[in-house]
Unconditional design. Sequence first.
Length: 392
Amino acid sequence: MGKVLIIGAGGVGQVVAHKCAQVPEVFEEITLASRTKSKCDKIASQIKSKINTAGVDADNVPELVSLIKDVKPDLIINVALPYQDLHIMDACLETGVNYIDTANYEPLDEARFCYKWQWDYQKKFEDAGIMALLGSGFDPGVTNVFTAYAKKHHFDEIHELDIVDVNGGNHGQPFATNFNPEINIREVTAVCRHWENGKFIETDAMSQKKSFDCPEEVGTYNIYRMYHEELESLVKHFPEIKKAQFWMSFSENYLKHLEVLQNVGMTRIDPVIYEGREIIPLQFLKAVLPDPSSLGPLTKGRTCIGCICKGIKDGKEKKYYVYNICNHEDAFKEVQSQAISYTTGVPAMIGGMMVMKKIWSGKGVFNMEQFDPDPFMDALNRHGLPWKETFL
Ligand code: NDP
């Protein structure tokens, strides 16, 4: 059907490459490019079919444009870091190629999560006649599709939305993050924002906690309220939502380490002079923490991520829960990555499939919930992330 260029050869890039290779009728030619070409080659060597590889600095738009002109892809799946989003979108505009990512743009020097920067590309993408699909991971991504599916099939109006992300896995390390440590820590330490009665309300990071019983014996976990980018697009596209919150589980051990790291200044993102040169403490911390991709063989247990919706259907109140459970060890057996990378990489591939097959199409910049959720939900069942629904 066409050619895909995947940018970023980290934990998620590895899963996207494996999963695209499993659907050769859609992704006929796959190129994996990243800053460090040897990481692309290592991933390509795990996969039986041919994966082309290339080195590219995605912050350098002319370099990227020249790679795109060389590869001539129909689609770019950006699974580098959020800092690269706008540069890759600029290169897509220059070359007329469709774009997908899994995380909204963030400036390097400010942990601010908002879609404005990317939504501002709407007219440019429209004029260029191409499409950008934003946030095609699990959360954001599947959580947006779950909400759209709930609205389409079960509600006239959703009034309350709780997105709950539990990682019931254990990697046995004293402290490690399951995806890029810099992005993870910026997200977790940011001020919490939730939507209530028409506006976002700010509270201290991690100041709200509750206990959550996961289905299918995944276990009971403490979940903490935090800001997550899909809240912004979901309350825009479902304006009837009165309250929307995002919750994530953290172990006591993770929180204890994070508190100490914050207290000693290691999570700062402003420059500090060390031995005559500037360093960013959080970037240095990333360099000494375990590489998330090294956690694959160590992680046991399951993730459980889903949406709880409250609202009305035919005048009656309803409460509904839709979720996926993903086993870390099964993910590792299939693609040599743990479930956090797996649950992000599979939806990125499925988003790619929706665009390549023109099942989801349009000109401009789109969030996942703007399209028909049904084909995406079917594809989740077929490509490794089966979901279940229940009425509470
Ligand atoms: P990693 O840090 O493991 O991988 C990032 C990759 O991007 C690395 O290979 C890195 O190269 C490459 N990269 C960084 N800068 C550049 C650049 N300038 N040019 C080219 N390549 C570059 O991250 P993850 O795989 O864990 O995460 C990837 C993305 O997925 C992130 O944006 C993250 O926020 C997102 N994510 C989304 C989730 C969701 O559910 N929506 C959940 C988890 C993650 P190098 O190896 O040389 O450093």
